[in-house]
Design a protein around this ligand. Structure first.
Ligand SMILES: Cc1ncc(COP(=O)(O)O)c(C=O)c1O
Length: 493
């Protein structure tokens, strides 16, 4: 190992400055305090409300002029504790079940700190962090049952992962060089299919990709909110007859509204028959494959040409981390690979595999997301995740039973996985009034801090929606939710 000459601290700070602390011991002691405070905060999460609104005084305080002059980091941290820490979304709380948010874990928080400390740039390069992302992608490939030779990368979340999948799909199936020609002169209109329950990322994607919103054919669903295969077949025939060029079907493994999973085996067969790309959005549902008990729900997913899922939802990791997997490595690279002279690889040195991950996605500069997944999988083991996912599904069934056995509550959709949609009912009340009543119940329950469900519309009915991707929830938490909903409904009427 080389030894380096010591460089004395600059005696002219005005000429050569740095952002490293002048006094490392002071920052160390502040850092230790932050760590202790944060661990205390996580350990005591149950004692606080699931959510509370940000007071006006804090909103005003958090709208200040650009600070040109320095302030002591200890004071800045005090501001964080007073103005930011008490007013989060609340998704780390055991009774937060809104949208599909993850809870995070103390261990992964520490991993994020380490990753931030190293501040690795993972476009590729000869560095351990690249090996860790490769390792994590390989583990995830195995966990969700995709073929071992699949390629993949970690991204900010399922929206990005889905966009990666769809870009590869479009380029692979367009029948012309989309990268070179774009869509301006396409002979036929490229179209794709997804059920009406497909998450709104798909509209963003087709708009962003220049396909246009119309290109996304929304196929109706059956009574279980799964894609209607007959309607898909009919839409495909119509598109072919009209001279369009269908290129992809999006299958859902766990829809955002109700947790429904399309018949992925039938969709894989359909795509095979018609030479279409099979993309699966498994934002949270893909992780059901970890459990031998639940895997049959998502069977067929392993036949996807591309699969998108999140680790910040049902793997409980802190934001942001999702994963895109593509069965055919070459198609994946072909969609994104681009190597200008300033990014070429060298035969030795740091740039041996310079752009490995940058060539598989949109980002060039990429952070060390993989570390929290690697540390978590090693520390907890995949079986722990299997048990937690099964536990969440069991809790959804438990809540379903509570609703079924209560005369004031009505289930609004089947509960195939971890999402429960229900409402408070009063005999004889019309639908519009029930919708208004349930919206008021939702808001009051949130504002009370007892729990945070979110909402959706199910067949025109306003639903209280509980999506359980929370490793802190206990059965008693769902008892509290039901009690709060019924009490609030009774109070209002
Ligand atoms: C089914 C589904 N797909 C995609 C997304 C988008 O994921 P993200 O918010 O991580 O981009 C979500 C988010 O809830 C989802 O539930």
């Amino acid at each position: 190992m080389e030894s380096y000459p010591e460089i004395p601290a600059s005696d002219d700070e005005a000429v050569e400055e740095t952002l490293d602390p002048a006094n490392w011991d002071e920052l160390r002691s502040l850092g230790h305090r932050m760590l202790d405070d944060m661990l205390d905060y996580l350990a005591s999460v149950r004692e606080r409300p699931a959510w509370q609104p940000v007071p006006q005084s804090i909103k005003a305080r958090l709208n200040e002029k650009l600070p040109a002059e320095p302030m002591d980091a200890v004071l800045v941290y005090e501001e964080f504790k007073q103005s930011i820490l008490p007013y989060p979304t609340g998704n780390i709380h055991p009774r937060f079940w809104g949208w599909v948010m993850g809870t995070g874990t103390p261990l992964a928080m520490l991993a994020d700190m380490l990753a931030s400390g190293i501040n690795a740039h993972i476009a590729g390069y000869d560095q351990a962090a690249t090996l860790i992302e490769r390792q994590v992608v390989a583990w995830l490939t195995e966990l969700v049952g995709m073929p071992v030779q699949s390629s993949g990368l970690l991204v900010s979340g399922a929206t990005m992962a889905n966009i990666v999948g769809l870009v590869v799909a479009r380029n692979a199936k367009a029948g012309f060089d989309v990268r070179q020609q774009g869509l301006q002169d396409a002979e036929s209109k490229l179209v794709l299919y997804g059920s009406t329950e497909t998450h709104s990322w798909a509209q963003k994607a087709v708009e962003l990709m220049g396909l246009g919103n119309e290109a996304l054919r929304r196929i109706p669903v059956n009574e279980n909110f799964e894609i209607d295969l007959g309607a898909l077949e009919a839409a495909h025939i119509t598109d072919l007859a009209n001279g369009s060029r269908p290129f992809c079907v999006i299958g859902n493994a766990g829809t955002v509204n109700t947790g429904a999973t399309d018949n992925l085996i039938a969709l894989a067969d359909f795509c095979q028959r018609h030479d279409l790309w099979f993309h699966v959005d498994g934002a949270f549902g893909a992780l059901a494959a970890l459990s031998p008990k639940l895997q049959p729900i998502v069977a067929g997913m392993e036949r996807a040409d591309s699969l998108a899922f999140d680790l910040h939802k049902w793997m409980y990791l802190p934001y942001e981390i999702g994963c895109a997997l593509v069965r055919d490595r070459q198609s994946h690279r072909d969609a994104f690979q681009l190597t200008p002279s300033y990014l070429t690889s060298t035969t030795r040195g740091i740039a041996v595999a310079a752009l490995e991950f940058a060539e598989l996605g949109i980002q060039l500069s990429r952070g060390f997301r993989a570390l929290k997944a690697w540390m978590s999988l090693k520390t907890h083991g995949s079986l722990k995740y299997c048990r937690l996912i099964e536990q969440n599904v069991e809790q959804a069934r438990y809540l379903e039973r509570l609703i079924d056995s209560h005369s004031r509550l009505e289930l609004l959709a089947p509960v195939p996985l971890n999402v429960v949609c229900f409402r408070f009912i009063i005999g004889g009340m019309d639908e519009a009034s029930l919708n208004a009543l349930n919206e008021e119940i939702l808001v009051r329950v949130q504002e009370s801090g007892v729990a945070v469900p979110s909402s959706t519309m199910i067949n025109g009915k306003f639903a209280l929606r509980v999506a359980i991707t929370n490793h802190r929830s206990r059965r008693a938490d769902f008892d509290m939710l039901v009690e709060a909903v019924v009490r609030t409904g009774d109070d209002i009427r």
